[in-house]
Design a protein around this ligand. Structure first.
Ligand SMILES: NC(=O)c1ccc[n+]([C@@H]2O[C@H](COP(=O)([O-])OP(=O)(O)OC[C@H]3O[C@@H](n4cnc5c(N)ncnc54)[C@H](O)[C@@H]3O)[C@@H](O)[C@H]2O)c1
Length: 324
């Protein structure tokens, strides 16, 4: 019998890839998602009817408890979060509510229900910026924006529950993901959408900020491996080593779409913008994982997907404007 996995944020970008893949792998999946402006059940249409769904806010403890009692999950994989750095700079409150308080609610309920494993999805951003070299799992937390501060706080709660209650958790810290179904407020979909429409393509500052890019299905394969074989109490970095500056990325996308670089518009930099993130992922490689998608193929696939799903992009842009 395959395990029952409760997935929070399963209607989001990475969570939905995890659910689609979990259905393929034969897991029994329970999705809990508030369906904020960033959540969309459409992402799960390919596996419709093959998972159970609860439209619930993770901060709502009574409801979360009821779901755990009803569904008796053995494993929790926790993706649900407010995820857009720019929004956190405008208003940090929803980030504190979901990313810290919501995580703490889940931890308490999972603890009461004697869950076997709790996999918490965190971010490379919790380490802050690094000018040279790479962060290992032992590097100190030094978040620089409200989003990453809330993610780092959640990580500290997880660590505290592991130590205090012997809580069976694992923390996963992933680098920037890209691929199909990402919300059009994020950098790569913004580039593609604007370029497709012949509009100016915004790039922060001088475009020199560097990130590592991980294809979403590679990320999800790593999360399954950690869920199945990772050591409880440990932290695992996941990344690709594919490091690009924002301006390089903009050039790649424009080239794929056959558009000129004149579309690029440098805009006022994000306050506190971290210059570079880079992760050492040798620990998870010892479990037998490595990224499979090379950057050129991944980006071409991604651009094609958005071209074929321009209506979805437009509908997400419209619904997030309404949610503002
Ligand atoms: N996308 C990346 O590049 C990246 C990189 C590293 C880590 N992460 C982490 O991975 C996780 C998933 O990221 P994503 O890009 O898929 O995010 P996303 O914004 O696409 O999806 C988040 C999902 O969580 C749901 N949600 C938000 N608040 C909720 C609440 N209070 N209760 C229930 N559901 C709620 C939303 O409806 C949405 O479906 C996040 O924890 C994020 O911090 C993302």
């Amino acid at each position: 019998m395959q395990k029952r996995i409760l997935v929070t944020g399963g209607a989001g970008f990475i969570g939905s890839e995890f659910v689609r893949e979990g259905v393929r792998r034969g897991y029994s999946l329970i999705v809990v998602d508030k369906l904020t402006y960033a959540g969309d059940i459409e992402r799960l249409k390919e596996v419709s009817g093959r998972y159970r769904f609860y439209k619930v806010d993770i901060c709502y403890k009574r409801k979360i408890k009821e779901i755990f009692k009803q569904e008796k999950p053995q494993v929790v994989v926790h993706f649900a979060a407010q995820t857009h750095v720019d929004r956190s700079i405008c208003n940090a409150q929803p980030f504190v509510n979901t990313n810290i308080q919501g995580t703490q609610v889940l931890l308490d309920v999972a603890k009461e229900c004697a869950i076997e494993r709790f996999v918490h999805i965190s971010s490379d951003e919790v380490y802050g910026e690094i000018k040279e070299g790479r962060f290992s799992e032992d590097s100190p937390l030094a978040p620089n924006n409200p989003y990453s501060a809330t993610k780092a706080s959640a990580d500290l709660f997880i660590k505290a529950y592991i130590r205090t209650y012997n809580f069976p958790a694992i923390i996963v810290r992933a680098s920037n993901n890209y691929g199909p179904w990402q919300h059009p407020e994020k950098f790569i979909p913004v580039l593609i959408y604007n370029a497709l429409k012949g509009r100016r393509v915004p790039v922060y500052g001088e475009g020199i900020n560097r990130r590592e890019w991980l294809y979403v299905s590679d990320c999800v394969r790593a999360i399954y491996l950690i869920m199945e074989k990772g050591i409880l109490g440990e932290i695992y970095n996941i990344s690709s080593g594919i490091e690009k500056s924002n301006i390089e990325l903009a050039h790649f996308v424009l080239q794929i779409l056959g558009k000129g670089r004149s579309l690029i518009q440098f805009v006022k930099d994000r306050p506190g913008h971290d210059i570079r993130y880079a992760l050492d992922w040798s620990k998870i490689s010892k479990l037998g994982w490595k990224p499979e998608m090379d950057f050129e193929r991944g980006l071409n696939k991604t651009v094609k997907w958005y071209k074929d799903h321009i209506d979805w992009l437009q509908s997400r842009i419209a619904s997030s404007k309404r949610a503002r």
